[in-house]
Design a protein around this ligand. Structure first.
Ligand SMILES: *Cc1c(COP(=O)(O)O)cnc(C)c1O
Length: 582
């Protein structure tokens, strides 16, 4: 992955009008006025997945946050990301089929964060001190709150006191931290409802400082964007009023805000989505399909509309540098790494030879990553350029269906045998998810009993950014088969498309932004039908690698369909257009 320090080109916002660029939105006078170094775009997230900066996340929510900041850095937008710095993180190992969690301490000082000062919040009748630490980049920064007992990301149950404490610390503590740093948010983007308390802290400050309560609500609403990643409100954990008495109300200074919040409890319980919807007039979903189907109601019972802003990835982080240069040299991507207006016409330069050349460079990266990451048998893997690799890399959760390709083990074996292909599985099991742990164990047992599959199906533990990167540039085919309707967007598949992997996928999440003809689509009336199609697609993918015409056709088709979707610059532009309309 590329280094953040020094090698990015940079356009300070004041000069941006000189450049003929994709970022029309940034050029607009009112936006340059609206956002400045002192009044930055602020992005609030309980999860950031940015290991190079010392913060390890859990999945897509954190990856999105990290990528959004990197794209803002690359495009010169003054941007502050506010997130906790967790003093401990979990890693996973696999032994005899059992997943073992390991906890490791993390110190912010080892990652370029500087101590700023302390802020305090009130919890359970006492004052809790939080350290404010920050890491500055050129035009972006990460501002964090932390303390030795802050705990790990997603530790405890959702809805527990500790989670509420972490969320309150991020919201109220983070808001105080910004004040300490002399920063006023031009916009507050709430990456999911765990960050609600940041907007509440702002509302409270405005109302307490003499603004009429109604005006304070309107002001907060107009400057707050709630980004939803979840499909069903019912699945969200709620909090009890007694928990709010301990952790939330003591931090509010305005009586009007207290009363407003108290009125939002139903039978003594509250869901943060219901109040986030109230406090944020701007609301977005993370793909076209997700924005359409997310089923949320406001307090009056009306269906909530979400603006579709499909996630993108930071190309500089995720795409093989040699390939990224090639995209730029051939005017497929512009200087912001967004597709050019006529990128479709430029895709002819993606020839089968070029695809193999980039795959070979990517294969070396994958082998490098695998040097320190043994498979389930403790073996270190190394793949030559002409070995064929399928991968399935994503969190082990039910709806993503990691077991689908193993439903007909004979057929899977036949497909792999035809070319001596390997199948790499990578994905973390959520701590405490016994169902998925045992599903993984069953799956590996099945594989172990088969002499051929034992040598060709590999599970690599502790899935993280490095492994995601290695696999997306070094394997040949990526498999993504969530149950249709359950993936909000997904970004793993974007890394695959950008790195010239063939994508086999169901039509779900961000994939459904494109046409079903744009990739190797898996569909069917029943799961059995889907499985049959999945195997056909795997056979097609193997065959395509032996036929230059087919390989070029499929890869170009994917790029044509998805380059605008996967571009992080496109995503940020969409956010800016939504937040600062003409
Ligand atoms: C890209 C990435 C994700 C995103 O996963 P999806 O299943 O596509 O949402 C999660 N974890 C890691 C480590 C990643 O690199």
């Amino acid at each position: 992955m590329n280094d953040e320090d020094g090698q990015y080109f940079y356009h300070p916002l004041e000069n941006i009008e000189d450049v003929d660029i994709f970022y029309e939105a940034v050029e607009r006078q009112h936006l340059t006025k609206a956002i400045s170094r002192e009044r930055p775009y602020t992005y609030w997230t309980i999860e950031l997945y940015d290991q190079k900066n010392g913060i390890r996340g859990g999945g897509g929510l954190g990856i999105l946050a990290a990528d959004t900041r990197r794209v803002a850095e690359d495009t010169g937008i003054p941007f502050v990301l506010v997130t906790p710095f967790y003093p401990s993180e979990t890693h996973q190992k696999i032994r005899d089929g059992f997943i073992i969690d390991e906890h490791r301490p993390v110190n912010y000082k080892n990652f370029g964060f500087k101590y700023v000062d302390q802020v305090s919040i009130k919890c359970c009748g006492t004052l809790c001190k939080l350290d404010v630490v920050e890491k500055k980049f050129k035009n972006t920064r990460i501002v964090s709150v932390t303390e030795p007992n802050f705990g790990e990301l997603y530790s405890g149950m959702s809805g527990s006191d500790h989670r509420l404490y972490q969320e309150v610390a991020l919201g109220f503590g983070g808001y105080s931290a910004l004040k300490l740093l002399g920063l006023k948010p031009a916009i507050m983007q709430l990456n999911e409802v765990a960050t609600f308390f940041a907007a509440l802290a702002r509302l409270d400050e405005l109302a307490h400082n003499g603004m009429d309560f109604y005006e304070a609500v309107v002001y907060t609403r107009k400057h707050t964007l709630y980004t939803n990643h979840t499909l069903v409100q019912a699945a969200e954990a709620d909090f009890g009023i007694e928990q709010f008495e301990k952790y939330v109300f003591p931090n509010l200074k305005s009586l009007a805000v207290k009363k407003w919040l108290r009125d939002k409890f139903v039978n003594g319980r509250i869901k943060l989505s219901s109040v986030t919807i109230e406090i944020a007039e701007l609301r977005s979903g993370v793909s076209k399909l997700h924005a359409r189907v997310a089923n949320y109601r406001d307090i009056a019972g009306n269906k909530v509309k979400f603006k579709a802003i499909t996630n993108g990835i930071d190309m500089r982080t995720w795409v093989l540098p040699e390939l990224l240069d090639y995209y730029e040299e051939n005017n497929i991507l512009d200087m912001y790494l967004a597709p050019t207006t006529d990128y479709q016409d430029k895709l002819d330069c993606i020839t089968a030879d070029k695809i193999r050349e980039f795959k070979s460079i990517g294969r070396a990266k994958l082998n490098h990553v695998l040097k320190t990451r043994p498979n389930q048998h403790g073996q270190i893997l190394h793949f030559s350029d002409d070995e064929f690799i399928f991968d399935f890399k994503r969190r082990f959760v039910d709806y993503k269906r990691p077991e689908l390709p193993f439903k007909d083990i004979d057929r899977l074996r036949t497909i792999l045998m035809r070319r001596g292909a390997h199948y790499i599985l990578a994905g973390r099991v959520h701590t405490g998810d016994d169902t998925m742990s045992s599903k993984l164990r069953q799956l590996l047992n099945l594989v172990d009993k088969d002499a051929y599959l034992r040598e060709h199906v590999h599970y690599i533990a502790d899935y993280d950014e490095e492994l995601a990167y290695g696999l997306s540039c070094g394997s040949n085919v990526a498999i993504n088969v969530p149950i249709v309707g359950l993936e909000a967007c997904g970004t793993s598949w974007m890394k695959d498309v950008a790195n010239l992997n063939l994508l086999i996928s169901t039509h779900d999440g961000g994939v459904a932004d494109g046409s079903v003809n744009g990739y190797l689509n898996v569909s069917g009336e029943s799961e059995a039908e889907e499985i049959d199609v999945l195997y056909q697609r795997m056979e097609e993918a193997v065959a395509a690698y032996d036929n230059d015409f087919d390989l070029e056709f499929l890869i170009r088709q994917q790029l044509e369909t998805f380059l605008p979707v996967v571009s992080g610059a496109r995503m940020l532009k969409d956010y800016l257009d939504y937040l600062f309309p003409k």
